[in-house]
Design a protein around this ligand. Sequence first.
Ligand SMILES: [Fe+2]
Length: 371
Amino acid sequence: MLNRINFYLPTRVIFGSGSIKDFLPNVRYLGNKFLIATGRNFARSSGLLDFVCKIMEEANLSFQVFEGISPEPTIDDCVKVAQAGKIFGADVIIALGGGSAMDVGKAAAVLIMNPGNLRDFFGEEKFDNEPLPVIAIPTTCGSGSEVTRYAVIIDPQENTKKTVSSERIIPKLAILDPTILRTLPSALVAGTSMDALSHAIEGFLSIKANHITRMFSRESINLIKNNIIEAVTTGASEKLELVFLGSLYAGFVINHTGTIFVHGMAYGLAIKYGIHHGTANALCLPYALTFLKEHGYFHDVEEIEKILTVDTLFDIYKKIGIPIKLSDIGLGQKDIKQLAEMAVKGCERSFRNMRVTFGMNDFIEIFSRML
Ligand SMILES: [Fe+2]
């Protein structure tokens, strides 16, 4: 018997070269005053922000720009964007950037319409009022945030990542223009696409997976596996485009399935050691798959291996510059205990999406294998 399918996809997705130029002038149906929220560097230095502003001006759309969202955004980033939005009187947020900018844009859309502290809104459907509509324009091929119900934000008080989760923060419109990726540094193409690959695989293994999400997972894994090496090493447009599509599909997946313990394991690497989110997930992924195969997921991992084996994954890592051992990022035996402690904390939510749970000794075992 098939798992019950509950699939909800409220985002209008516009995908293809030139789609920002062609579609952005037509967004007045969502509101009248647009706050463009973006990060510190890439949108400005790549010329993308100027390009977007020019399109908005030519279409006579009223807008303001907030620049400066951190790569690892905290509650403070969300408050600043919300304040800028309130002062301007924004009724739409345009989140332009990677997962960080999109997540902050979504959280700010909640804060503008709901009095209170963002901490009150961490968790599932924790706010009352409908947030502002969000237009997401992703500039990386990884987070999938342009189609998901999550805004992942660091709470500095607890030194961990928290999530605002609600169907009401799923962007109303996602414009994916693959030409943007041509200016993205190849290391970021590699790191962010491995985040997407991890989403596709973790989503496949989640207890919330169904036939539709598994279809998107399989296609996402195939698209990324078959195109990532050339996308990173040659920057070929047609390869970048297919990796971008794989990242979008992985977003459809995790919007329904969430992630499993790979993301929880990797939180410590990102927060404590400053490793890029996608790279941290990539490093944990093959070891996690092997461990899962030995602990209750034999047939599920076998299904994934029909598309992508752990050996092929390591081969891809070597070719696109992703670390394959903890020592590749300067960590060793001395770091294992702390990594395992952070994994236990980081995985609390992920275990809800799994048939088994792991404890301190399991994480020490997995991280030891990563030496
Ligand atoms: Fe991720």
